[in-house]
Every structure is written in structure tokens, then in C-alpha cells.
Design a binder for this molecule. Sequence first.
Ligand code: SF4
Length: 249
Amino acid sequence: MSRPSTEQAVLQDISANTTEEQFKQVADELKHAHPIDIIRWGVEQIGASAITLACSFGYEDVALVDMVSKVDPEVDIFYLDTNLHFSETYEVRDRLRKRYPLNFIRVTPALTLEEQAAEYGDELWKRDPDQCCRMRKVEPLKQILSGYQGWITGIRREQSITRAHTEVVEWDAGFGLIKLNPLAFWTTEQVWSYIHEHNIPYNRLHDQNYPSIGCFPCTRQVKPGEDPRAGRWAGSTKTECGLHNSLVK
Ligand code: SF4
């Protein structure tokens, strides 16, 4: 997809003048705004039907579901169903669907788990997690994002060193669309305060030392003092599933 062309002035300028610098300028202007206002800005710029929220049902994402519902319930919310989520994750999905009258889109991989096992062997995640993530997450993500001009994510600077330079609005060169990270500058405490203040359903695994929750074969509890993402792909050098970095091809 080429750079976006919208009717709105700010993004038109960015589009016309290209480059990261323009995005950086907008990001700097927006970075102190409340995440709801950042979402509102993005929806106004891009259009409610052209922007979507990526939801993995972690605590940042449930806060964003609430915020999106307040800005415009026409915004789609999608989740990547690898068929390998914890039952608690499906449970919070169902609670959110009950509470919010939003369009939750289930996105699935091309191969079922059985088909994947037949073609690549059992438990591919143990031998080649990058390939497993590519098939079960990145390719389906690429597919769903091809229908939009912008996406909203729960990435925060505090989450890891690899996310420390996240801006509230960026050009996502990997997928070819605008990326909004409204929580980029929020702390863990700020997100949880928002959740409690608004009584938003959240994954109860968070109360059992799972600060970051992905597929069950690749997620474990963290110990006191460990990095919040230490429970993801523990024991390997992998730190990201590829949705926000290099597995995009
Ligand atoms: Fe596969 Fe693990 Fe990636 Fe899930 S997180 S897609 S199980 S490698």
C-alpha cells in the first residue's frame, strides 16, 4: 500500500512531504494528549471504517477497547486467534464482547493446528518459534491490515528496550499503514488505574504473575524482579512475535 491520502490536512501534509520527520512532528504534538484524544485524532484523520484496533486481550488492550468504544463504536477490533490461547484469554474476550457492543473480528491462520503439525511437525513453537509466529500471527495480521489505512496498538515505551522509542503515531513501513500507539508514554500504573477506574474486564492471569500473555506454550509466569516480558519465549533469544518488528516480509 502506498502512503495514505486522506482529506485531512495533517496527514495530507505528511503524505505530501513524506518522511519520518513529518510523522515525528505530529507525534511530538500529540504525545502529551490523553490516549482517548489520540485515538479520536486518529479516527478523525483516517476514518472510523479505515482504522482498527489490534487486541490480544492483555491489560493495555482491554483499556484501549474501552477507549475506542468511547470514541467511536464503529471502529473494528480484531484479534489473532492462534488457537493456542489460555482459556482465561478466551474468557476475557467473551466478557468484553458482552460489555461492549463493538465489532470483534476473529482472525485465524491459514493452517489449523493439525494441518500445521502434519506439514511442519508437532509443536513447531519449540523448534522454530519464528516460523510458527509467522504462520499463526504475522501472515494473518498482514491479511487483516491490508483492508485498513491505520491500526491502533497497545505498545508502550516502558514494555521493553525494543519498544523504548515508540511514538504515539508512526508510519508502519512493515505493513504499509499508519500506526497509532496511544499508550506509548503511559506507565503500567496509569493503565491499571484506568482499568480499575472504569471497571474494565481483564485477564485474570495478570493477577497470577503473568504481566504479558501470549500463546500458552510460549508464556510463563514471571518471578519477582524479572522483566515483565521475561515470561514470553522464556529460554530462547526470541522477544517479539514479529507483529511489531522484523518477521514482516
Ligand atoms: Fe507459535 Fe508460540 Fe508464536 Fe504462538 S507465540 S504463534 S505458539 S511460536
